[in-house]
Ligand binder design. Sequence first.
Ligand code: RAT
Ligand code: ZN
Length: 414
Amino acid sequence: MHTHLYPPAFGTPMGGSSGKSDPKGSMLWGIDELVTYHYLVAEVYRVVPPTKLPYEQFWKMSKSEQADHIWKNLFVERTPVSEACRGVITSMTKLGLDPSDKSLASARKWCAQQDPSKQIDRVMEIANVSSITMTNPVFDDNERGRWEKDARGLADPRFRAVLRIDPILRDWKGTAAPRLGAWNYPTSETIDAKSIESGRKFLRDWIDKMNAIYLAVSLPPEWRYPAEDEASRAGQAALEQIVLPVCAERNLPFAMMIGSRLRVNPALREAGDMVGQASVESLVNLCRGFPNNRFFVTMLARENQHGLCVAARKFANLMVFGCWWFVNNPSLIDEITRMRMELLGTSFIPQHSDARILEQLIYKWEHSREIIGDVMAEKYEDLERAGRRVSGAEIKRDVKLFFEENFENFLASR
Ligand code: RAT
Ligand code: ZN
């Protein structure tokens, strides 16, 4: 339900057998991308610190050089036991590549011979995934440019779009308002009548252009509703008067990923983001205040998971989803899934993937499914011990809810 994956029409830096490489392309796939995933950049810097390899020097290296550096230091000279490392191993094994190789040369050669579109089919088949939901950040110039040039040409039946609108809530005055103005949606620094009209029109136009299935934002741990400081008031007003009314009018859920503090170590770029505890109370206020809106919500801090579960018991318009980023580790997936089943039964979405590189779909699903399956089995055993038989058909029904229908039904419900 949430990935950063794209079809080939968005361009791909690694052309594969089609040979069409687009350095600014958004479709990331293949061994070099897999091994340079930002989780692994963070991990390699624990082993080869910036005093030995300055950040600027790493970023100047080619993708393959970066991959070789990570492979050598995390996979060959150390045992790749971290979850991000193990993920690469699972994906390689399932693709028939040898994860014990000392060098990436043969994996690289194999990838170069693959056609990007066929690779998508292959990965979807191995991962047993029927549909991929993209994240389409409209304030990103590269992304927006591609939609403006040829929105129809981007359509691919395997992918669905999501309108991602972070600056509207995070930085109305400094980013969203001036950019909307430049795109012929006149706005003010405050959320006045003009800003509301333009903001709503902007969202409607882009929902239509992308055929978006929901809208989404990522918010810092400091996010509060209602806002507690002057700087956040425009974000609150934009949420109340632009985003939520359009979601309600179009009957689309709003996805909120809460708890990422961006760039605590800016030199690490995407790998430099941190976790922080968010306010579940703010979410509760929002769910109560907007009963005609539906919210998909995930939180990044382990400490927020219990409160989030309890909040979902109070509001049917809140759908808890996934184990995001730093909580996407076996021990925490186990703990969180167990707690959710105990508090919410089968009415949540246990996994959302967040794959950024195509082949990650393989391991993110494989690893999570195994844990979720174990938790389910244990819960069924508990039920049987309590005196209630659980049939195969019922188990199938639950699997379908967890891995497909809870998401689809929440998208479709009114
Ligand atoms: O989990 C991640 O890979 C992060 O880098 C983010 O992309 C996060 O998932 C987000 O969507 O903001
Ligand atoms: Zn994401």
